[in-house]
Design a protein around this ligand. Structure first.
Ligand code: PLP
Length: 407
């Protein structure tokens, strides 16, 4: 490519969609669709902006692997200094494989199994975010066998409504997550389990939280209780949940930092964050091909097994053509090939009338909970993942093969 194009993540240049300095159309033709495409520039910028916003707290930033756990992406984040928030042995395996040090790994999850706890203790993860007194006792039993002291945080259910979709609201009383307030205080104060060191509290309120005040009220609630009960915290893990723009604009990360930092700075304790979506969500697009145009349906080759969010949460993803057109538009439903009426990527979208079968579309904001939630439903193969860095791209996960799914 002869011409110089500045490094931006996803943008149009002469009506063609680019990822950094690579024309997306060229990748789609070469690799075939559907595919996930990532911009390294975007991942780095997101991580750096998060780090910078919260720098007065010098937090441990544990990237939440559930958002996207591709090994190559993890290596980028590890090189930027990230730790890991994990929920399974698979994620532990990947975090370690990416070179993330165990002392930067926190292990969450409401249903940790005995063998998972064993392996995490064997690998010396920094702490467990514990969700019940039974779990704490099990960790202690295993820690006794290993003759190790194990760090734990108690995950509190602060009963706060984060104002998000009910499936991703995790800090409300009705949700399965966390320990009720009074119970958590009792456990903290009376812990007599010999191998358990309770360092502090963990709250994760939900995902795509649009209002800094939600964090503010959760922190205030924790700190008031801590003061009243004369509890000494060493660690406070605030979880993830920081929003990105899908449809409407969201407050910048600085606004969240402005609300959170003054409340925590004076405590002089270790602060942990677990951002997932914020780092990776808008760092990727899902590229798909139009197979058929029928009535008001645009039938594409990506479906709910590739990107579940629209079907699962009614989530909105912008959909744009790889070749921009300024012509007239029509309103269509972008749907996949899966045998479910709920298989859609976007409803009632304005698209150029010039779109033809064989053209490509980009589903934006698909980096978080995109590939990581994908499945083989309808016995379809999982998609390849491609990483762009400046004017180069590489395959960071091959398209699955049929032999892979009968292993
Ligand atoms: C405990 C915990 N931490 C962090 C995250 C990451 O959330 P987000 O991707 O919204 O930042 C999640 C997401 O479900 C979570 O459950």
């Amino acid at each position: 490519m002869g011409e110089k194009i500045s490094v931006r993540s996803f943008f149009y240049h002469r009506n063609n969609l680019y990822c950094e300095r690579v024309k997306v159309n060229e990748i789609a033709k070469k690799i075939g669709t559907p595919l996930y495409l990532y911009s390294k520039n975007s991942i780095c910028n997101q991580y750096k902006s998060f780090k910078e916003a919260f720098s007065p707290l010098s937090p441990l930033i544990c990237y939440s692997l559930k958002a996207n756990s591709n090994l190559s992406l993890l290596k980028i984040l590890k090189n930027l200094g990230a730790g890991a928030d994990i929920v399974s042995l698979g994620e532990l395996f990947l975090a370690l494989k990416a070179g993330i040090k165990p002392e930067k790994i926190v292990f969450a999850g409401v249903g940790k199994k005995e063998e998972e706890i064993q392996e995490a203790i064997r690998k010396n993860v920094y702490l467990f975010n514990v969700e019940s007194s039974s779990e704490l006792r099990l960790i202690n039993k295993i820690a006794v066998q290993f003759k190790k002291k194990v760090n734990c945080n108690l995950r509190i259910n602060p009963d706060i409504d984060p104002g998000t979709h009910q499936y991703v609201a995790t800090g409300k009383k009705e949700s399965k997550f966390g320990i009720a307030w009074d119970k958590a205080i009792e456990i903290f104060k009376n812990n007599a389990l010999p191998q358990i060191k309770i360092l502090g509290f963990h709250v994760h309120l939900g995902s795509q939280i649009l209002f800094p005040e939600v964090y503010e009220s959760a922190i205030k609630k924790v700190l008031e209780t801590v003061k009243k009960e004369k509890i000494k915290l060493a660690v406070f893990d605030l979880g993830g949940g920081f929003p990105i723009e899908y449809e409407k604009s969201v407050p910048p990360i600085k606004n969240f930092a402005r609300a959170i930092i003054p409340l925590l700075k004076e405590l002089k304790i270790k602060i942990i964050f677990e951002p997932g979506r914020y780092i990776i969500g808008n760092s990727s697009i899902l590229v798909t091909k139009i197979l058929y145009l029928k009535r008001d349906f645009v039938i594409v080759d990506a479906g709910l097994n590739d990107l579940l969010r629209p079907s699962l949460y009614g989530a909105y993803h912008r959909i744009v053509p790889l070749r921009k057109s300024l012509e007239k538009t029509f309103v269509g439903n972008v749907v996949g090939p899966i045998c479910e009426s709920g298989d859609f990527l976007g409803k009632k979208r304005r698209l150029p009338v010039s779109l033809k079968e064989g053209d490509f579309l980009a589903i934006k904001g698909s980096g978080a909970y995109g590939f990581s939630m994908s499945s083989n439903y309808n016995t379809r193969l999982k998609l390849p993942e491609i990483l762009v860095s400046k004017n180069r791209y590489k395959i960071i996960r091959k398209r699955e093969k049929y032999e892979d799914i009968i292993k």
